[in-house]
Design a protein around this ligand. Structure first.
Ligand code: NAP
Ligand code: F7E
Length: 334
């Protein structure tokens, strides 16, 4: 790989799960890292996942810069990109919760779909030659039969999936229309101890930890039959970076290729906490979706062959990593 010291990157969604791991990775590689964080009325900014790498604004040697902003603000994006002149831009900002997107379809489209085209247009308007990573998703495949790969036909099943498909094709279109180095990673589910607490893996591992500690007795879930291909988030942010170091802008599926049901994940997580999941998991309709995506299992052959990236952590080890982290957070770790 080429020397990356002194390069500049801009990350939208830096405060999210992936954004925080990617910022750590890029800082370790010598990048100057800029991130967009949203305004909140109650906090200076929502940056708890960045605590490990926070640098005081008065530090002279600092390489992490956080900018107040929002991907719904086109002018902000243009001005920021003109000022920073990044070599690489990672568009991770999204309303990323599938169930929530059914309740907030307009908002989800504005952030997740239009946010991507605003960013692409801002790069074009600023006249710089930044390489752009777009965070596409396996949700775009929807009901397509597994294993899904780069040529599988899309059939999204939620406002989130539809919005991401718009952003995906916008990325392809700007690449083809203007010759921009813009590439989409079609990432399958990836998780970590930093996963939001309402996504199913974290909801399960957090509940297993709290039940083992005697703080709760039950967790309420929706569809236990859904099949997912769960990988480990820090490995997926490494894949994002590698895609932008490639000679050409190419779209890749990022996945482990292994399948498990929500039930399998719950069984493994509870067992690791010394519990039987059947004693603690109850069903609640409110966690079902108007349209479900039944089975997502990726075929990562292309990224393994062309980029040399391969997932190492699979869903059962991931469940153990996340349970250990949630138990440690309660100070009762193994
Ligand atoms: P996440 O934890 O939900 O993070 C989303 C980030 O976007 C947060 O930093 C959030 O800020 C920010 N954001 C939301 N609305 C915004 C707005 N209007 N303007 C600016 N920033 C905004 O998601 P993730 O799991 O890290 O995923 C990263 C990206 O990959 C997302 O685009 C997601 O859709 C996509 N993706 C994720 C997966 C997965 O399994 N994790 C798989 C495929 C694709 P706040 O912290 O202020 O909310
Ligand atoms: O659901 C089922 C649910 O919300 C996984 C996002 O990062 O990955 C994520 O989307 C499965 C679904 O993730 C509950 O019905 C059962 O079948 O953890 P999830 P997701 O919808 O797959 C994709 C790739 C993204 O791009 C998204 O941004 O689990 N499930 N019971 C439940 N899900 C939740 N959240 N809560 C439950 O109680």
């Amino acid at each position: 790989m080429s020397d990356t010291t002194g390069r500049t990157a801009l990350i939208t969604g830096i405060s999210g799960q992936d954004g925080s791991y990617l910022a750590e990775l890029l800082l370790a590689k010598g990048y100057q890292v800029h991130g967009i964080v949203r305004h909140t009325s109650s906090l200076i900014a929502n940056t708890s996942r960045l605590d490990m790498i926070y640098q005081d604004p008065h530090e002279t040697e600092r390489r992490l810069f956080l900018h107040k902003g929002d991907v719904t603000d086109a002018g902000l994006l243009v001005n920021l990109i003109r000022d920073i002149r990044p070599d690489e831009i990672y568009n991770l900002a999204a309303q990323s919760h599938v169930r929530v997107s059914f309740d907030l379809p307009d908002y989800t489209a504005n952030v997740t779909a239009l946010g991507a085209i605003r960013l692409l247009e801002a790069v074009r308007a600023s006249g710089i030659e930044a390489r752009i990573y777009q965070a596409s998703t396996s949700e775009m495949f929807g009901t397509a039969a597994p294993p899904q790969h780069e040529s599988t036909a899309f059939h999204p099943r939620s406002p989130y999936g539809v919005a991401k498909l718009f952003a995906h094709w916008a990325t392809v279109n700007y690449r083809e229309s203007y010759g921009m180095f813009a590439a989409s990673g079609i990432a399958f589910n990836h998780e970590s101890p930093r996963r939001g607490e309402t996504f199913v893996t974290r909801k399960i591992t957090r509940a297993a930890a709290r039940i083992a500690a005697g703080l709760e007795k039950k967790v309420y879930l929706g569809n236990l039959d859904a099949v997912r291909d769960w990988g480990y988030a820090p490995e997926y942010t490494e894949a994002m970076w590698r895609m932008l170091q490639h000679d050409e802008p190419v779209d890749y599926v990022i996945a482990t290729g292994r399948a498990a049901t929500v039930r399998d994940f719950a069984e493994a997580a509870f067992a690791h906490a010394g519990l039987d999941w059947r004693d603690h998991v109850e069903h609640d309709d409110r966690y079902e979706r108007p349209a479900e995506v039944p089975e997502l299992v990726g075929d990562p052959a292309k990224i393994e062959r062309e980029i040399g990236w391969k997932a190492r952590v699979h869903w059962d080890e991931l469940a153990r990593i996340m349970v250990d982290a949630d138990r440690n957070a309660l100070r009762i770790g193994p």
